[in-house]
Design a protein around this ligand. Structure first.
Ligand code: FE2
Length: 279
């Protein structure tokens, strides 16, 4: 069993997306960490930062995962799916060959806080039918630790004599998606398949990751290894822990289209303009 070491620390950049939602782009699709393409954090109590939302827009070729920490957002798509994301809820959307959806805030004041992660699909699945899973907060297992807790959104988290499995199943890249909270001095080892891409994004306080301090707003990319060692720093810390099997294929991305070649991206744009996503 070897421990993963930090290979790189990334910090997010301020960005605006949708109809003018202010957010922090932690992972940028121009510099993906296979199979993770993008990670956005939105966190504001100023309605002007989020009220415009994300009016109808397309996606093709990958999956979007939205995790609400605080706030209310309504998802609607051209397939007729409609789901209200509330605090603690997750939406796992497989865009596949094409989906047109909107994500609109359902509040005019208060804090809107959460994440959107993009996970790539292999060539063989980029054109599969779109799918959508709404996961209510009570469906997400919470593992209580001595001085912390782990929410298991996707993947397997072994704890004591059992394995806790998240509600999201059947994803080719076999993602692990955890929300980990640790008090000062508390240690947690998170096992991961050794060759999977692994990331830790600290979004509250500070955590020691492989014996190195990672502060709020920093994303640690880890090298290969059988487990990630996390430890509570001086204060409590909270982080997303992500791991998934790399796809190892070329990536061509333009806006909400992620394919293997630019010719396929151009086709994706033409198909959208010609109304093919809703046929
Ligand atoms: Fe979207």
């Amino acid at each position: 069993m070897n421990e993963r070491e930090i290979r790189q620390i990334l910090v997010g950049q301020r960005a605006s997306d949708g109809a003018g939602v202010r957010l922090t782009r932690v992972l940028h699709p121009q510099r993906p960490l296979d199979p993770f393409l993008m990670l956005d954090e939105f966190n504001s109590d100023q309605a002007d930062d989020y009220i415009a939302g994300f009016p109808p827009h397309p996606h093709r070729g990958f999956e979007t995962v939205t995790y609400m920490i605080e706030g209310k957002m309504l998802h609607e798509d051209h397939l007729g799916n409609r789901g209200l994301l509330t605090s603690g809820a997750v939406q796992w959307m497989t865009a596949g060959r094409g989906i047109i959806h909107s994500e609109m805030p359902q509040q005019e004041e208060g804090r809107m806080r959460g994440f959107q992660l993009w996970i790539n699909l292999p060539a063989a699945e980029k054109m599969k039918p779109p799918a959508y899973q709404d996961i209510a907060p009570e469906q997400i297992p919470v593992v209580a630790l001595d001085g912390g807790r782990v929410k298991v959104i996707a993947g397997r988290f072994p704890h004591q004599d059992r394995v806790v499995t998240g509600p999201v199943r059947g994803v080719t890249t076999d993602p692990l998606y955890l929300d980990v909270q640790l008090a000062a001095g508390k240690r947690l080892d998170v096992p991961t398949p050794a060759d999977y891409t692994a990331l830790v994004y600290v979004f509250e306080g500070e955590l020691m990751v492989a014996d190195q301090a990672v502060r709020q707003g920093q994303l640690a990319r880890l090298g290969p290894g059988a487990f990630i060692c996390l430890q509570g720093s001086d204060g409590a810390g909270r982080a997303l822990v992500l791991a998934a099997r790399p796809i190892g294929e070329p990536i061509a991305q333009y806006g909400p289209f992620v394919m293997n070649t630019m010719a396929e991206v151009e086709q994706a744009i033409r198909d959208y303009q010609n109304g093919r996503y809703t046929e």
